[in-house]
Design a protein around this ligand. Structure first.
Ligand code: AHR
Length: 498
């Protein structure tokens, strides 16, 4: 019989919260994320406000999106914001050089994005063009959005229909500046960053800017070290990190299929996904050296599964299906972020709609919620709740000569004292028995929800949109003062104790 895992839920530190911003999302002008995703043809027969697709908005409101990053990604360093304001018919076309060489008509611009954020009830997170733009262009965007003085840019904003300043405070200064954002060295970028940040002004009446440094690629310690050493702490609010999970682990050749993969491929994907723990730990340790008080947030503002595109789709559109495996990656990654809440205070899944590890897929009028969406639904209870650290030794999930921890988890206590524990069992065969002691928690009953499916490569289609769906979970009991749980194979479970 399987051994019972002994887990303890620690009281934690009331000052350490799981920032809701860990649950952020990302909408790039890429493939069908914005155009034919959030922003549709006037003639498409779906509920719309203007051209914003409201069935998507409604689905995302349910999972509470704390922030939305836009307009890229790589696209951001080619984007000229001024092309996307003013009367739509007068906006110039541009070529989306990064993503499929698509002709972009700029009909979705700053005002449309901020309208979308308002409908979603979310914080806008803008990425300024550092790679091919100018300091003046970025500073002008900030003035246009946040100032209330009678400058030409502010008067233009008013004329374009928004009399009051928008007060946008989240600003990424560049994106992947080591790659598509300009192929800079870390040394060079830090100088560029300081130059841009100097002219990123606060305006009276608008919230102070949260200036965000374009951070490392995966485990590139030198990038983080250089940024932390050379940029004064009071010049940055956050520093980013991009880390994707590729099933094959390789950027060249096949990245692996999104569906129809073997258990070995599933295992490899989870092994690659679990690298996030070591990577976040490594960057956090470097940041601790220069910023022991943890003033600067680490934002993993691009993460998720990146597979080969669906056969027959444009390779530049990064459209991929989403299976139970994606849900297990999401549950695992969010547990890692929660457990690093002291330093990781933001993250953005790539991307919200029709691109990479999407929450929502659409096909003309049809829309489906992916297994990943359901994980964000389950985990929303952690947003802004107090982190409760966990102690346990995970059983192993063994595949040939390799093994990974089968079980991962995180826990938090919300403002009403309700405790939530999210548990992920990666093993495809074995369930995991848990006995949990909770120090200082007053609780009478436990309930839960589960996401699982008979096959780890099951997924939702437009014909069968509910193959992988949430169900209530009855496998947790109160036994004396302890919590006894049996977590089924390949599942994500979130328990509520109150
Ligand atoms: O999310 C897709 C792309 O991945 C982004 O544009 C870029 O920043 C990253 O390389």
């Amino acid at each position: 019989a399987a051994q019972t895992v002994q887990m303890t839920v620690q009281p934690g530190d009331p000052k350490v919260q799981v920032s809701k911003h860990i649950y952020g999302h990302f909408a790039e002008h890429l493939g069908r994320c914005v155009y034919d995703g959030f922003w549709v043809d006037e003639k498409l027969n779906v509920p719309k406000q203007g051209r914003i697709r409201m069935d998507i908005v409604e689905a995302l409101r349910k999972i509470k999106v704390p922030n939305l990053r836009w307009p890229g990604g790589c696209f951001a360093d080619t984007y000229h914001w001024h092309d996307g304001v003013g009367p739509t018919a007068q906006r110039p076309n541009m070529l989306n050089m990064w993503w499929g060489n698509n002709l972009e008509d700029n009909s979705f611009g700053t005002h449309e994005f901020l309208e979308l954020c308002k409908l979603l009830g979310t914080e806008p997170y803008l990425a300024a063009n550092v790679g091919s733009g100018t300091v003046q262009e970025m500073a002008g965007w900030m003035e246009y959005l946040n100032s209330n003085s009678n400058t030409p840019l502010v008067m233009e904003r008013r004329k374009n229909g928004h009399p009051e300043p928008y007060g946008v405070s989240w600003w990424g200064i560049g994106n992947e500046s080591w790659g598509c954002g300009g192929n800079m060295t870390a040394d060079y970028y830090t100088d560029v960053y300081k130059r841009y940040a100097t002219f990123a002004h606060n305006y009276p009446g608008s919230p102070p800017l949260k200036k965000i440094v374009s951070g490392a690629n995966g485990d590139d310690a030198n990038w983080t070290e250089t940024c932390m050493k050379k940029i004064p702490l009071n010049m940055m609010w956050g520093l980013t990190l991009h880390q994707y999970t590729l099933p094959t682990g390789s950027w060249t050749g096949s990245k692996g299929k999104a569906t129809g993969f073997s258990e070995q491929e599933y295992f490899n994907t989870m092994r690659n996904c679990l690298r996030m723990e070591a990577i976040v730990t490594k960057h956090s340790a470097i940041m601790d050296k220069y910023d022991p008080q943890k003033k600067v947030a680490l934002l993993v503002d691009e993460w998720g599964v990146w597979t080969d595109v669906e056969p027959g789709t444009n390779p530049g559109f990064l459209f991929q299906q989403n299976s139970l495996r994606d849900a297990l990656v999401a549950g695992t990654t969010l547990n890692i972020f929660n457990n690093h809440a002291e330093r990781v205070r933001g993250a953005n899944l790539a991307q919200a709609v029709n691109v990479l590890q999407a929450l929502v897929l659409t096909d003309k009028e049809r829309m489906l919620l992916t297994p990943t969406y359901h994980v964000f639904d389950l985990y929303q209870v952690h947003q802004d709740a107090q982190l409760l650290p966990l102690q346990f030794t995970s059983p192993e999930y063994v595949m040939g000569a390799e093994k990974i921890p089968a079980l991962n988890a995180s826990a938090s206590k919300d403002k009403n004292g309700v405790v939530h524990i999210s548990l992920v069992n990666l093993d495809t065969q074995k369930s995991q028995k848990l006995e949990t002691a909770l120090a200082g928690v007053n609780w009478k009953s436990v309930s839960g929800r589960i996401l699982t499916s008979p096959k780890v490569n099951d997924y939702n289609t437009f014909e069968k949109p509910n193959t992988v769906k949430l169900a209530s979970f009855n496998g947790a009991k109160k036994r004396g003062e302890k919590l006894a749980v049996e977590i089924p194979p390949q599942s994500v479970v979130v328990l509520e104790l109150k």
